[in-house]
Design a protein around this ligand. Structure first.
Ligand code: SF4
Ligand code: SF4
Ligand code: FES
Length: 243
């Protein structure tokens, strides 16, 4: 995050459409007046910061913009994603673009989908105190304590299911008294589940076999040889599944 000499390109996006009464927020300890309709991320840009780190998708999916804040007069610490959380008056905020935790590398093909695999790579899961601080911190409102309990029991499927919407933001680890790497242990569970435990789709297997047998070779060759206008026309006319 750096202060620019000139306004960032994204500035036009952050301009409020109607005149608003500005509210005070504190970014890294410095006071700014910002429109109350902005997210933390847009408020920072409004204040003149160029976000180099701590920003990614801007849509609540990538987990890059983990933010910790307090509100004046409220002793509690709050957590949120800067791209999703709207500013409030007297918000004191700091971004945590990266939280250092244990992250092991492994060859998934050499692991078994059992408790031992998780406990060997992440033995600290067995130290979880069940305090629930991680659950309170999660901006995805995941049952982090619950998926940690599943990992302690070696229930890979439950851990994978409960952590499915994790965006790896790291906020659960920030205040964990047992110094856990919750989200890294959880992605191991999801990988084990995906490779070994998830039910296989017979339809998908049949379609893959069809593709590998060359059944669509002519159509693929025609698409590869098509010009842009043809591709655009085909794209516009594609079948779209009803919502
Ligand atoms: S904050 Fe840490 S110790 Fe507490 S429940 Fe979560 S993982 Fe366990
Ligand atoms: S489980 Fe942890 S890393 Fe995953 S979204 Fe929640 S707080 Fe972020
Ligand atoms: S920028 Fe990706 S979640 Fe906020």
């Amino acid at each position: 995050m750096t202060m620019p000499e000139t306004m960032p390109d994204t500035m036009s996006d952050t301009m409020p459409q109607i005149e608003e009464v500005l509210i005070p927020v504190y970014i890294m300890g410095k006071r700014y007046e910002v429109p109350p309709s902005l997210t933390i991320m847009k408020a920072m840009e409004w204040a003149g910061y160029t976000l180099v780190r701590g920003v990614g998708c801007r849509g609540g999916f990538c987990g890059a913009c983990a933010t910790v804040y307090r509100i004046g007069g409220d002793e509690r610490l709050h957590f949120g994603l800067a791209c999703q959380t709207v500013v409030r008056p007297d918000m004191y905020l700091a971004q945590i673009p990266f939280f250092p935790t244990q992250r092991h590398t492994y060859d998934l093909t050499r692991l078994k989908p059992d408790a031992a695999a998780v406990w060997k790579l992440y033995p600290e899961v067995l130290r979880c105190l069940g305090c629930g601080t991680c659950t309170k911190a999660c901006p995805q409102e995941l049952d982090v304590k619950g998926y940690m309990a599943a990992l302690m029991r070696g229930n890979i499927s439950a851990a994978a299911d409960k952590s499915f919407d994790c965006i790896m933001c790291g906020l659960c680890a920030a205040r964990c008294p047992a110094e856990e790497s919750q989200y890294n242990a959880a992605i191991l569970a999801r990988r084990l589940y995906g490779r070994y435990l998830a039910p296989r789709s017979r339809h998908l297997a049949a379609r893959l076999a069809e593709i590998e047998s060359g059944a669509f070779q002519d159509e693929l060759a025609a698409l590869k040889g098509a010009d842009r206008a043809t591709l655009l026309k085909l794209y516009a006319a594609r079948d779209i599944e009803p919502e």
